[in-house]
Write a protein that binds this ligand. Sequence first.
Ligand code: FES
Ligand SMILES: [Fe+2]
Length: 383
Amino acid sequence: MSVTAMPRVEEILADLRGYLGDDPPALSLPPGAYTSPELWELERERVFARSWMLVAHRDQLAATGDYVALSIAGESIVVARSADGDLHALSPICRHRLMPLVEPGAGHTDSFTCRYHLWKYGLDGRLRGAPYMNGNKDFDAKDCRLPRFAVTEWNGFVWVNLDAEAEPIAGHLDLAAHEFAEYRLGDLVQIDSWSLEWQVNWKLVMENGHENYHVIGLHRQTLEPFMPGGGDLHIRPYSPWVLHARIPFAGAVPTEVLKLNEIQQNNGMVLLAFPSAAFIGLGDQVVWLSFIPVSIDRVHVVGGVLTPPELSRTSESALRTQQAVTAMINDEDRAGLEAVQRGVGSRFAERGHLSPKEAPGVLVFYRNLAHALLGDGPWPGAA
Ligand code: FES
Ligand SMILES: [Fe+2]
């Protein structure tokens, strides 16, 4: 085994190109893909500056003035609901002298007022007031507004794209919608949510999300009895942005409210949206997760648990138990992935061989990544 120096980004891209062909190697990414600052810059430009990111559930932005603020690969955004009911995704950086207008997090406000010199913006991003600016003849308050990003709501999920001209995501999500019809996604209400930070490269998290093989290890006490890691995933890519996967349960999961079909009763029904969002139907619940990179080795993990409204009035103790289980499973993934992040930094790290239990999903993720980064590769289309 040889000691490898930091690979050049061209070498990483050459390895990635291999995933675009008909016979991709059953190998993990080169370790430098998780540590190369050049590749991270390329991902910021070619993936995160132009992809749809799942940022919230509608229930977090239900009322006029509700907002969520976060960063997508270093770019600050705020999503707010205005009085006309519209959602606005804005750059929350003051147009005066670039003070951030909000801290990351969620809140409720009637406007965004800059604490530096008190310029004030409406929930739609228009400038509403700028003290002592009348004497500047080149300044016209009417022309001043926060830059806008693309934002859309699909069945209660709120998505943002830094590219205001991006192709809508809804058409892609709709391709897989029939797999989820019985879950009544648009009616569901959120009963639990989280906002966490994990010390890991976003791609390690997404590989993990494209396979159930790790359940035999990381989740052997929690998920393994119910969704065994040895099960074979049924994978169906609908587009470069949307992949559907079924994860077999150990036995049919009974439901109280939703009338699921036989496939849904016997499988976790997953939708993975490239680059880094997912939701899974598990009986009467849908759990969503979005892994939004903050930097090369940090991911902001947002997500929630949704149920039909009839079930949301479930007892406090049942809710607390459910929250504890979700938190435990999330923490098992966090601890495992943060350890892997330390592993990929080893000078002796090499690409690893993939098991047939993980390859089908992981290779679709790699192919989509290669497609996004290289831009010129073929995408083989629906399987
Ligand atoms: S920087 Fe915001 S008002 Fe001056
Ligand atoms: Fe996991």
